[in-house]
Every structure is written in structure tokens, then in C-alpha cells.
Design a protein around this ligand. Sequence first.
Ligand code: MCA
Ligand code: AMP
Length: 480
Amino acid sequence: MNLYDLLASRFPADRSKPCFLLSDGRAISYGELEAGAAHAAGRLVAQGVQPGDRVALQAEKSAEVIMIYLGVLKAGAVFLPLNSAYTASEVDYFRGDAEPKVFVTDPPAWVAEAAGHAPLEATAPRAAGDLASLIYTSGTTGRSKGAMLSHGNLAENALALHAAWGFTPDDVLLHALPIFHVHGLFVALHCALLSGCPMVWLPKFADAEVLAGLDRATVMMGVPTFYTRLLANPGFTREVAAGVRAFICGSAPLLPSTFAEFEARTGQRILERYGMSEAVIITSNPLDGERIAGSVGYPLPGVELRIGGEETPSIASGDTSPDGGGTGVIQIRGPSVFSGYWRMPEKTAEEFTADGFFITGDVGRCDSDGRVWISGRAKDLIISGGYNVYPKEVELVLDELPGVVESAVIGVPHRDLGEGVVAVVMGQGDEAAMIAEARRQLAAYKAPKRVVFVDELPRNAMGKVQKNLLRQRYERLFES
Ligand code: MCA
Ligand code: AMP
């Protein structure tokens, strides 16, 4: 039940077929990927890595990262990817918490060195519940939590998506996502590997390369910012999009206006789905069938989803919600739902109900057709360009700066990023210096794009800052 064996069993019989189509015209074949993974596993074993040990990696995107990821799985170890934007102090926390046995920072050099090691022939046996990956997601307290995803969690979700989105060996996936989060690493990659199809492998989202890549692609996956950036480019036309059978979107809400503009431009409807690090993908609009703007579609096969709590009946794939239900926090149970947070049993217990549903913190409703609609978040979370920013983490940094009495960090509408991070600071200071200091301590995407100074923060009767009022007050801040 090692996920590696499942993926490798679907590689094309002809291993000379391309897996990665690189921007410089070169290709890396499935045979090279398989050999790279076997050598990486061999090197890890030679370094004393045992099943269950963590292997961390922080690096720019490359095919070698995937060789190492698959090598880690093959060796039975646990893959811990870290955003390349994290600063040294952020990384220190992950190291201390996860205690990785190996830390890779230069995948191409590491893989070249691994080639000198004997390849690991036999994949380490793993049970479905054994840990495959640790994915850190920030917490409302400012402390990151490692979501524990098992071989079974990842395998079940990959198989469900591969079927739901109709992947075949004839597909070509445009892959411009980062590979240190669930979207690029599991959702996109596993669909391609299970089909044995090639990927147009781009180091990051850049308009020109994506437009060129769409010429060869049949499927694209991205965050909403990818689609708004494409639409902002006059070179993105109906003809350019014509060869693509599915434009899939998620990680943040897709605005109905973007959905409509995309349809008007290309004649195609974006396929929106909903996921999170703790459960990979939860719901999806249908491949065949109506995709509706603003809805994230139906629960995937095997997923039970309910609103609020035990008193509401859950819905599953193919069910229709008996009474439409009200609006509340979405709870889920199913084969891809993680087993808990690494070394945080109390936090884990808080976020699961007694009957085993995970409380997502997303607020939504199910309509009478069984479709899910997300309307907000019960958790204090900003999603900027598909990256999560936990206000508490930023506030802790700002509150230490001279002149700051108290800060309140909020997300307000931003044309490019969906939400832009804004710090409302009670006190005085220099905006540019404060942003620079936040960027020194935190990954750049978490730093406020704007800081506004106020004499007082609005508070409720309990003294708690009313962020909803601040969001209203500054909702047009990025419009000028
Ligand atoms: C980069 N910057 C950002 C962001 N990205 N600031 C805010 N939000 C961001 N997302 C910083 C850069 O450090 C840079 O600073 C400045 O903003 C402008 O960068 P720009 O060149 O515009 O950015 P970019 O490099 O083009 O990146 C924007 C991006 C990228 C393409 C939208 O952020 C991206 O690929 N996002 C995808 C995130 C993702 O994969 N999320 C999935 C999470 P400077 O240059 O001054 O240093 S998984 C998940 O959510 C669940 C499971 C799910 O459902 O999928
Ligand atoms: P992460 O912790 O990075 O995995 O982010 C997961 C969160 O992203 C979810 O809990 C949602 O709040 C949000 N999210 C993902 N996909 C969607 C979507 N299609 N619509 C709205 N929110 C989404």
C-alpha cells in the first residue's frame, strides 16, 4: 500500500515517454524519474533514513524535487516540503517541530550525488495509515501545525480525482504551481503520474510561458490569480484556450465575475473545486454536467459533508440534501481526511467531532441539489494569491515593533491576489520600514502590502477588535 508503488504502477509501459516537458525544450522521461527516485531512496537508506523518518526539502521548483519526493515515499520515509519563501527563523520552527533526519536545499546537486548510490530496488512496505507527508499549515494561534497525511489519504484522493476529472495517457497537464503545497504537489502531480501523461513543467506562473504552454496542454490547474492574470492578457484568446479540455481552479474563492469573463473569452467554464491541506480535495464541480459560478460542486466519492454538526444529516457524492440546510461550518469525513496534527493531540481533538468529522473552519451551505457553496470562513485566515496568511502570525511580529500599541491584520479585496494583506496599526511608525521588517522576519507573501495607522481600533463589548468593521472600512484600499 505504499503510494509510490501505486503511482509507479501507472507509469507508461514505454518508460522513454516524457514526464516533464521543460521550458528549454528538453524532456525528462518516466524512466529517468523512476531511476532518479530509486537512487534518491538508495541514498536516503545509506544515510540511515528509516521508515517513518522525516525528510525536509526547501528549494525552488525542479524535476529533481519530484525525484526526491518519490524517493522518500519509496524508502518509506515522510516528505516535508517547505515553501521556498520561508525565512530562516520560520524554517527553524519546522526543523525543531518535525525533527527531519535529512534536510535537502539543493535538489539537482543532491540527486546528482544520489546517482552514485545503489538504487533501492524494493519499495518499503507501508500500511494505508502510515504517514507519507507532513504539510504545515499555520494556526490561529500563530503556531504552525503539521497535518499528517497517510499513504492511504493521498492514494484515495489521487484515484478519486483522476477518475472525476477524466485523466487519460493522452492528456498533457500544464503545471505552473509551486510544489511545496498540496495543490501543486499532490492534486496536480498525482493526476499526471496516475495517467502516465506528460506535464508542461514551468518553474512558476509567468504569462508568456503559460500562454506558450497552453498550445500543448489539455488540462490546466491553478489558483484564481492564474486565471485573472490570463484574462488581463490580451494574448489569451479563445484560440489559445481551444486545445484545453479542462481549466481547473481552487485554493481560494473564484469570483463569479472571473468565471463569467473566462466563459465569455474562451467559451469554456472553469471547473472549480475545494480543498485543504488536511484533506486534499473535498468537493468538485462535475467534468460532465453543469459547473455553476460560486459553487464548489459536489463531495467527491467517499466524502461525507455536513453543515454545522451532528444534528444535520451529511451528504455524500450523488446524494441530494434533504432540506437544503442552512449556513454553517462545513464538517467532513472520508478516506482522504488526515489523521491529526503532528505532536498536537489536544489541537487534533479540538478540530474533530466525537463522531470523527473534521471541522474545516469554512462556512457554507448545501443546496437542494447537493451542491456546496462556500460563503466565508469561521477561521481568521487570509488567502492571498492562493497562499494562506494567518493574521495572528503577522500581528505577533508587528506588535513587537517600536511605536506599535496593537495591530490588526486583515484581508481586503485585491484585483490580482484575491485578498491583499493590510495591517491596521494603533500607534505610529513608518509604513515602508514596517513592511520591510515584516518581510525580514516572515515569508514575503505574508507581509502587509499596506499599513494604515489609527488612533483607536474598533472593539466590541468584550474588547475584541472588530475585524469585520475594519474590512468594510478598507475594502477599497487597493482600488486606487
Ligand atoms: C508572491 N508574493 C506574494 C504572493 N506571491 N504576495 C502575496 N501573495 C502571494 N500569493 C510576493 C512576492 O514575494 C513578490 O515580492 C511580490 O509579492 C510580487 O510577486 P509577483 O511576481 O507578483 O508574484 P509571483 O511570483 O508572480 O507569484 C504570485 C503567484 C504565486 C503566481 C500567484 O503566489 C503562486 O503561484 N501562488 C499559488 C499558491 C498555491 O499553490 N497555493 C496552493 C496551496 P518581491 O518580488 O518584492 O519579493 S494548497 C491549498 O490551498 C489547498 C489544498 C487547495 O485547495 O489547493
Ligand atoms: P490550505 O490550508 O492552504 O490547504 O488552504 C485551505 C483553505 O483554502 C480552505 O480551508 C478554504 O478556506 C480555501 N479554499 C480552497 N479551495 C477553495 C475554493 N474553491 N473556494 C473557497 N475557498 C477555498
